[in-house]
Design a binder for this molecule. Structure first.
Ligand code: SF4
Length: 369
């Protein structure tokens, strides 16, 4: 009889990869509806002008830095001082001296700011509903059990985890430096079991990264977790868009359900790197600046097309899955950004002992470019 594998379970990498299609990796938490005002078209011109004016005034008055993730609604991105992915926003937040750091993203990212902040700073979140289905898959008890079973094991946590997981990790990584972090840990600890969590698709990418540098994946373990948005971006959808637009290049995030198909096509030389790239959110922007291709099939959230079209206004963007939106990221709106600044509400504080422990793996992540 087949072993029952549940989301959050930890398996040897080969087994985990084989099990992907047999495990329900749907969201373990309720996905909230996207507020109507997350679409700027549903907010009147006058209200937007008023909110933007007030946000600017409060920013100056309270010495605020506004950060926004690429997956945020467009008007929230426009109100921010910086937009970027988790790694870049964490670095900008860490280096800022502003009195208030407000980040429109998801709460595990606000937690990072709360760990790294200077004593005089306050960290705010526009919405406390901005959770993450992927982070919710990471079960701290399962990680502790794995550590007990593998006393010399090393835990590599994706940034999409909460502080209790980071606190028992050896290092964190973001998609922008995942490959480097995995290689670094494999080389630093050549004999140790390695656990990569919580995204099994990014774990697949990690396994392939190790194989490419001649490292065995026999000692790699993966957690059965996934992002409910990226998991639904399938190989079938990407191939369909490629068939419809043969002149388009594909940029796909490594958390996507299409990752194994894309890597296989690349490895077998059936598609060139110029026409298919597996990249982090930040890496996608870098690719767009260089590629001569005019049409781009985008395998990540559709909200990421907004900053992409700013970086490369001459290109046409085709979503692989037009339904791919992160309802958690889009809980942040221009309205609640303003309200949070006005009332200084939704302050994110962290347990000092957890913060002390989590700071070490976070700093290690930030040190690896
Ligand atoms: S897109 Fe997925 S991984 Fe990213 S915040 Fe949303 S649920 Fe989490």
């Amino acid at each position: 009889m087949n072993k029952l594998v549940l989301p959050g379970d930890i398996l040897p990498a080969r087994e985990a990869i084989e099990m992907i299609s047999g495990v329900d990796l749907g969201p373990p938490i309720e996905v909230p509806p996207i507020p109507t005002c997350a679409n700027p078209a549903n907010v009147s011109f006058d209200e937007r002008a008023l909110l933007n004016g007030e946000i600017k005034r409060l920013k100056k008055e309270k010495n605020v830095l506004i950060l926004a993730h690429n997956y945020e609604p467009p008007d929230v991105q426009d109100a921010a001082d910086f937009i970027g992915d988790s790694l870049h926003l964490a670095k900008i937040g860490r280096d800022s001296d502003a009195d208030v750091l407000i980040e429109a993203s998801v709460l595990f990212m606000n937690e990072i700011l709360a760990v790294m902040k200077k004593p005089h700073q306050k960290v705010l979140a526009p919405s406390l509903k901005a959770l993450c289905s992927l982070a919710a898959h990471a079960d701290v008890n399962k990680v502790k059990a794995w550590k007990e079973a593998h006393p010399d094991g090393k835990v590599i946590s994706y940034v999409n985890t909460y502080l209790d997981i980071k606190a028992i990790s050896d290092i964190c990584c973001a998609s922008a430096n995942a490959a480097k972090v995995i290689r670094y840990m494999a080389e630093l600890y050549p004999e140790s079991p390695l656990l990569f969590l919580p995204d099994v698709f990014l774990g697949y990418y990690a396994a392939k990264t190790l194989e490419k540098v001649g490292q065995t994946t026999d000692r790699l373990y993966l957690m059965m977790g996934a992002c409910h948005v990226h998991e639904k971006i399938t190989a079938h959808q990407v191939m369909r868009q490629r068939a419809l637009h043969p002149d388009a290049a594909v940029v796909a995030h490594m958390e996507c359900g299409c990752v194994s198909k894309c890597m296989t096509l690349l490895d077998q030389g059936l598609v060139t790197e110029e026409m298919m790239q597996l990249r982090s959110t930040w890496g996608m922007m870098e690719f767009l600046k260089k590629t001569p291709q005019k049409k781009i099939i985008v395998a990540t959230t559709v909200t990421n097309i907004y900053p992409m079209s700013k970086v490369a206004p001459d290109k046409e963007f085709i979503p692989a899955n037009p339904e791919a939106r992160c309802a958690f990221m889009e809980q942040n709106t221009l309205r609640n950004l303003y309200e949070s600044l006005r009332d200084m509400k939704h302050e994110i504080t962290v347990d000092p002992e957890l913060a002390r422990q989590a700071r070490i793996p976070i700093e290690r992540m930030l040190a690896i470019q």
